[in-house]
Design a protein around this ligand. Structure first.
Ligand SMILES: [Zn+2]
Length: 76
């Protein structure tokens, strides 16, 4: 596994992005200060239940990505 093939944000940066997203504002890449591309990941091949949703945020500039698990409060 080579770290430079898939660059990641630091944990602090991921938290900042997640907090931006949780507030409903457009997440900004903390390194490039550009809006990040949002890519919802549904269930299907990932085998995730409907109660769980994943968001994949990608910076179009540095290509770093952050994958978030968004847990909803709803239950059956
Ligand atoms: Zn960036």
């Amino acid at each position: 596994m080579r770290a430079d093939e898939r660059a990641q944000f630091d944990p602090d940066e991921q938290r900042a992005i997640r907090e931006d997203y949780a507030r409903g504002s457009q997440p900004i890449c903390p390194r490039c200060s550009v809006p990040m591309t949002e890519r919802p990941i549904g269930g299907g091949s990932f085998g995730l239940g409907y109660a769980r949703r994943r968001e994949w945020l990608i910076c179009p500039k540095c290509r770093r990505s952050a994958l978030f698990d968004l847990k909803r409060g709803t239950r059956n």
